[in-house]
Design a binder for this molecule. Structure first.
Ligand SMILES: [Zn+2]
Length: 426
């Protein structure tokens, strides 16, 4: 089927303006999350287009999922198009939500301005440019190979930026990523057109609370300061836990390199009286803090076991407890995700690698993401292992002001994705 390659590439070339227009249309819909705006509009826009290209489109609301409400319903689109003969199903999944705009923009964040071969806007690189490239790839492939086997699916899903529970997790729980239905998944997140992302590190978020006893601030000896107890926890963290984590290296090809070890961030700290509202001119009241809380964000490696990750924190707290009279603490789990890593020999990896080499003239790099993305749900809930992230865009631009996507990069990624379809479905 090599002979189809020139026809497929010609179909992609002919769709350059279409690709730019589609990416711009997607960027112009401000699907901000939170709170989850205009999810229905973006799904309907894509559904109208894909129906025109012969896809059966299903609009699915994740009713009752976290964040879902009548004001902000969590809409998802799954579009499916079967070929002339039975065969595998290749699924492209993109999240349609974008993060807040933030400060520092010099462009209209939802204007989709085109300049110097780039399209600017919130979500341009993460990941509306990737969705547009996948749609064009699928349409170009079907035009060049109308007699292809198998099935192509394209989904646009909600809430990846807030955990994916109203999106891919919801669909996975309902069998949409069952290996009997879908055999290959490509998530066109902005990992760059010459790299294949095999998976991500694990996550454990937890709240640690130290306890004290309230008293008048002029007589702190009559109380017990939860903040001082927390200070001791942070000291022990510096002394023992951080060096321990720095020594844990992984064989995962995590990018950037600094993330090739276990990491821990203290996301927040709070103790004592609540922060006064802005503009408040009153003075604080003198009290000994009876509670202090931190939220930790622990990222762990495929070589680590989450039970051991949690035991380390308990051990750190017990060390402090042994030294400090009156020390009491509590640890509450907030969120956890296991690491995910697709095998380098998996069919979708090998096929995408060959397509990248054919289009770009060099073999791909293999990377692992420092943070998680929707692959976790496809892997853990869907039990589908043959999944990667591959798409256009520069990861560092995601969530930044003046986010952009390169038009040539979208074109190259579309070529790669179309050749993957040729290999798997022709
Ligand atoms: Zn993303």
């Amino acid at each position: 089927m090599e002979s189809r390659t020139p026809a497929i590439l010609a179909e992609i070339d002919a769709r350059r303006d279409d690709l730019v227009a589609l990416a711009r249309d997607l960027i112009r819909i401000p699907t901000l999350n939170p709170p989850g705006r205009m999810y229905r509009e973006i799904c309907e826009m894509l559904a109208a287009r894909l129906e025109h290209s012969g896809y059966a489109c299903e609009m699915i609301r994740a009713t009752g999922a976290p964040g879902d409400s009548d004001a902000y319903p969590r809409w998802n689109l799954v579009a499916r198009r079967s070929g002339a003969r039975p065969g595998d199903c290749v699924h492209f999944n993109g999240h349609h939500d974008v993060v807040e705009v933030g400060h520092g923009w010099t462009r209209d964040p939802f204007g989709a301005e085109v300049e110097g071969g780039r399209i600017y806007g919130r979500g341009a690189c993460d990941m509306k440019g990737g969705i547009a490239a996948a749609v064009i790839a699928a349409e170009a492939f079907a035009a060049a190979c109308p007699d292809h086997a198998g099935t192509i699916e394209i989904s646009a899903t909600a809430d990846e930026e807030s955990g994916g529970y109203g999106g891919v997790a919801w669909l996975a729980e309902r069998g949409y990523f069952d290996p009997a239905r879908v055999q290959h998944v490509i998530i066109p997140e902005p990992l760059h057109k010459d790299r294949i992302c095999l998976g991500h590190r694990g996550v454990w978020w937890a709240e640690i609370e130290t306890k004290g006893r309230i008293a008048h601030g002029s007589m702190p000896f009559l109380g017990d300061s939860a903040i001082r107890h927390m200070g001791a926890v942070l000291e022990e963290m510096e002394r023992w836990l951080y060096p321990l984590l720095a020594g844990k290296r992984t064989g995962m090809q995590v990018i950037p390199e600094g993330a090739r070890q276990s990491t821990l961030n203290v996301n927040s700290i709070h103790g004592g009286a609540a922060e006064p509202p802005e503009g408040d001119t009153g003075l604080p009241a003198p009290c000994v803090a009876d509670r202090c809380r931190i939220v930790i964000d622990r990222r762990f490696l495929i070589e680590e076991d989450i039970a051991e990750v949690k035991r380390e924190v308990t051990r750190m707290l017990e060390t402090v407890k042994a030294r400090r009279p009156g020390f009491a603490y509590e640890v509450r789990d907030l969120f956890e995700v296991q690491p995910s890593m697709t095998d380098r020999d998996a069919p979708v990896v090998r096929t995408t690698a060959a397509a990248i080499e054919a289009v770009l003239g060099a073999p791909p790099g293999y990377v692992v993401s420092p943070g998680t993305y929707d692959q976790k749900h496809i892997d853990r809930i869907g039990r589908l292992k043959n999944c990667i992230a591959y798409g256009p865009g520069i990861l560092d631009l995601a969530h930044q002001p003046d986010e952009w996507i390169g038009i040539d990069d979208m074109m190259d990624s579309a070529r790669v994705m179309a050749l993957v379809l040729r290999e798997l479905l022709c």
